[in-house]
Every structure is written in structure tokens, then in C-alpha cells.
Write a protein that binds this ligand. Structure first.
Ligand SMILES: [Zn+2]
Length: 170
């Protein structure tokens, strides 16, 4: 069995007058994320789903938030670096959910899909993104935070090594 599945989840705190970046795309919004990195919860969830599928721990293990090197880093760069960690696998598809009360993200769907697909080096059709609100309930409902969930299916690449069997003895 060469297929494996992984899940990722992330939350970031929202504050007024900060940048809101989702899947590498800047969103026009009154609220944005305050974070060590660029606060891109969707990209972080996608990274964790990919790492999880490949049995490679989590985002904090490779890119610790305490490391100054990753301060304000574009999270798509982290996603690109993640591909160097999972070279034995290829991504089959990724499905994700972004939970944000407002603004509506559907006008950005294509751009977010393209942005993530480019960084994952896969076709846009292999990434699906769903946008949800939690109907004014909880921390997403009152705009305290944004939440993202991702799931990823990968397949182990076949080894190119050809086994040469000894000639059969009669
Ligand atoms: Zn994050």
C-alpha cells in the first residue's frame, strides 16, 4: 500500500489593521493576523497535512517559531521547503477548509488554489478549498481568530532500481 493520508490544523489570532494572508494571497480585510510568520493559517495547515501524510512530524519541528530565521517569512517559502523533506512522496490531492466570519473569501478561491498549487508543484485541480463561517459562534464568529483544516493524500514514489534476478537453474 503506497498511499498515505495526513491532516493539518491551524489557528491564528486576528487583530485590526494587520495583513490577512490566506494560501499566500493577500486578502482585503479590516482584520489580519499577528504572528511570528506571516500568519498564513491555511498554508500552515497544508504543510502539516503533507508532513503528516509522509510521517514527518510537524511544521514546528522543521520551522520552529522561536527561530529568528522564520520571523515574518512568507509561508509559501516554508511550503516549498517542505517539498524537500518529502522527496520520497508525491502529492495526489489536498482538500482544505478555511473558517473565517468575514470577509467572504470565495472571490479569492482561484488565486489561492493557484498560489498553493504553484508552491506544491502540482496541478491546480489537485487542490480544493472550502470556505466556511461558524455562524457568529466562538472565536471565529467574533473575529478573534481564523481557523484552517487541511487533508492531504500522498503516494510513495516507485523506486527506479531494477532488481536483476540470478538466472534460473534448470
Ligand atoms: Zn500558523
Amino acid at each position: 500500500m503506497n498511499q498515505r493520508i495526513g491532516i493539518g490544523y491551524d489557528v491564528h489570532k486576528l487583530e485590526k489593521n494587520a495583513n490577512l494572508i490566506i494560501g499566500g494571497v493577500k486578502i482585503k480585510s479590516e482584520y489580519g493576523c499577528i504572528s511570528h510568520s506571516d500568519g498564513d493559517a491555511l498554508t500552515h495547515a497544508v504543510i502539516d497535512a503533507i508532513l503528516g501524510a509522509c510521517g514527518k512530524k510537524d511544521i514546528g519541528y522543521y520551522f520552529p517559531p522561536t527561530d529568528e530565521k522564520y520571523k515574518n517569512i512568507n509561508s509559501l517559502k516554508l511550503l516549498e521547503k517542505t517539498l524537500n523533506i518529502i522527496t520520497d512522496f508525491q502529492i495526489i490531492n489536498i482538500d482544505c477548509i478555511v473558517v473565517l466570519q468575514s470577509p467572504s473569501l470565495s472571490p479569492y478561491r482561484e488565486r489561492i488554489q493557484e498560489s498553493l498549487a504553484n508552491s506544491c508543484k502540482i496541478l491546480k485541480e489537485k487542490i480544493n478549498i472550502k470556505f466556511k463561517t461558524e455562524e457568529f459562534l466562538g472565536f471565529t464568529g467574533n473575529m478573534q481568530g481564523i481557523k484552517a483544516i487541511a487533508i492531504c493524500l500522498v503516494e510513495k514514489k516507485y523506486s527506479q532500481k531494477i532488481e536483476i534476478l540470478p538466472p534460473a537453474t534448470p
